[in-house]
Design a protein around this ligand. Structure first.
Ligand SMILES: [Zn+2]
Length: 245
């Protein structure tokens, strides 16, 4: 019998590699060629699309069931929570700049007072510059608040994943209010009011399903920590914005 040629894994150097490396999962292939690149490009595109479409559909139709599944280890078909969050926050702030939402919302705050107007303009500029980090950094705080309110039957990490998925979805919902800001002031106020209510209802619904709570439990164990954390983070941002001026 001919000895099987030893294939070394190009990633970790293990000598047991076959079609895949059993130690690190690296796929073994020959020298890169065009067909390989085309296959990778196509599969990368469809993998991301399938995963994204599936994840967004599940988050729309049955977020509690999806999240319970994720926490139980059924993760293959889902876009990872942090990836979805970065994607949603990135898209939101890109549209915020492209649609020039900052300038659209400014006249509503204090049209008669030039000093207040200038101060608001700086706040909106700060939001455009630093808002994305705020949106992401609030997740560990929120997870802590949820962990405290939900008690020891849940883990901090589970609250963290819940926060990533749910806030990413909410960020996608608020894209609609950005678009409405371009229409008219009245449309903006109406749409953002409806979206705010829908957002809170959604988070409570998702939390109810994920952590198997009653409606009342979801209201105070999920929504109260959310409102508290967002108030603290929002106030800190305004204070920070004023201090920077
Ligand atoms: Zn390897």
């Amino acid at each position: 019998m001919d000895p099987v040629p030893v294939v070394f894994c190009p990633s970790c150097g293990s000598g047991e590699a076959d079609a895949f490396c059993p130690r690190c999962g690296q796929r073994i292939r020959g020298r890169l060629d065009t067909s390989e690149v085309l296959v990778q490009f196509a599969s990368g595109l469809t993998n991301v699309e399938h995963g994204l479409f599936h994840t967004l559909r599940e988050l729309t139709l049955r977020p509690g069931k999806m999240l319970r599944g994720y926490l139980a280890g059924r993760t293959v078909r889902l876009v990872p929570p942090a990836t979805l969050l970065f994607l949603a926050v990135g898209l939101y702030f890109m549209l915020f700049s492209v649609l020039d939402v900052g300038r659209q919302v400014m006249p509503a705050v204090a049209a008669s007072d030039p000093a207040a107007l200038a101060s608001n303009a700086r706040l909106i500029a700060a939001w455009e510059r630093h808002g994305r980090w705020l949106q992401i950094l609030q997740i560990p705080l929120l997870a802590l608040a949820w962990r405290l309110f939900l008690g020891s039957r849940v883990r901090y990490a589970e609250c963290f994943v819940f926060g990533c998925y749910v806030l990413a979805y909410v960020q996608i919902l608020t894209l609609a209010s950005l678009a409405a800001a371009g229409i008219s002031q009245a449309a903006k106020i109406a749409v953002s009011g409806v979206i705010n209510l829908a957002t809170y209802a959604y988070v409570a619904w998702a939390g109810r399903g994920t952590f198997e709570l009653a409606w009342w439990g979801a209201t105070w164990r999920i929504l109260l920590p959310l409102v508290l954390t967002q108030s603290v983070v929002g106030a800190a941002f305004v204070v920070f914005g004023k201090l920077m001026q």
